[in-house]
Design a protein around this ligand. Structure first.
Ligand SMILES: Nc1ncnc2c1ncn2[C@@H]1O[C@H](COP(=O)(O)OP(=O)(O)O)[C@@H](O)[C@H]1O
Ligand SMILES: [Mg+2]
Length: 231
């Protein structure tokens, strides 16, 4: 899977709740290439976040296999999985989860400090410039707009130089034009560094910024642009 970042083979995630079985994912297979920007759409509760969690190693499927960057996540122990999440995956959520007592720059470098890895300050400077945040690096989260806060969260996710960026409704708290701008910047950076970008969104305008749209219903893929590429 040299040109692939993600290969998902028939994954299912079933939850037993009382005597009821919830099939959050019910047989999903897909392949995503290194440079691809994919958006995932579908109604609330259809399984989008669950799928993203499986790809990011935040949760383990009931059955099926997930490969990311040539690694079979099912074969990793807890420690390896934790390292995988810290070093390979950049997570971006609807909530920015910034630390109020740290300024922008320290919020971005904090996970790297925790991880004890060398900080590439020149790279972070470039990220801040790309995200139009260079002149705000000493401000605290409370001084920033929603769009700016999400750009800090994006910089923090990108600072680890992840192979893959997973964003779960990243524009959920932003107005339409700000959301568009933020995702435009994220898309540009992911392309520049040949990173895979997967974004869950409710917003069709945002979804259409992707190279490919995957639609999920009841834990299954019901539409995938990729299927039509070779027709
Ligand atoms: N820990 C859990 N226990 C039971 N059901 C769950 C759990 N996590 C998710 N679900 C259910 O799985 C389905 C898919 O959830 P989710 O992936 O969060 O949907 P989406 O992100 O598309 O809104 C939903 O019906 C949800 O209630
Ligand atoms: Mg969700």
């Amino acid at each position: 899977m040299d040109n692939l970042t993600v290969k998902v083979v028939n994954i299912k995630k079933h939850y037993q709740v009382g005597n009821h079985m919830i099939k959050a994912l019910d047989g999903i297979s897909l392949e995503i290439k290194k440079h691809e920007f994919v958006s995932i759409i579908g109604k609330s509760g259809c399984g989008k976040s669950t799928l993203l969690h499986m790809i990011g190693g935040l949760d383990i499927p009931t059955s099926g296999t997930v490969f990311v960057d040539n690694m079979n996540l099912a074969q990793m122990n807890h420690k390896q999985l934790a390292l995988f999440r810290r070093r390979k995956v950049g997570f971006v959520f609807q909530q920015y989860n910034l630390i109020p007592d740290l300024n922008v720059y320290d919020n971005i470098t904090f996970p790297l400090e925790l991880d004890g890895v060398n900080i590439d300050h020149e790279f972070i400077r470039k990220l801040l410039i790309s995200l139009h945040m260079e002149d705000k690096k000493e401000l605290y989260p409370s001084m920033l707009s929603g769009g700016e806060r999400q750009r800090v969260a994006i910089a923090r996710a990108l600072a680890i130089k992840p192979a893959i960026i997973l964003a779960d409704e990243p524009t959920g708290n932003l107005d339409t034009s700000t959301g568009h701008e933020v995702i435009g910047l994220l898309k540009g950076i992911a392309k520049q560094y040949n990173q895979t970008l997967i974004i869950i969104t409710h917003n069709l305008d945002i979804a259409q910024m992707a190279d490919r749209i995957i639609q999920i219903e009841d834990g299954m893929i019901v539409k995938d642009d990729d299927l039509y590429v070779n027709e």
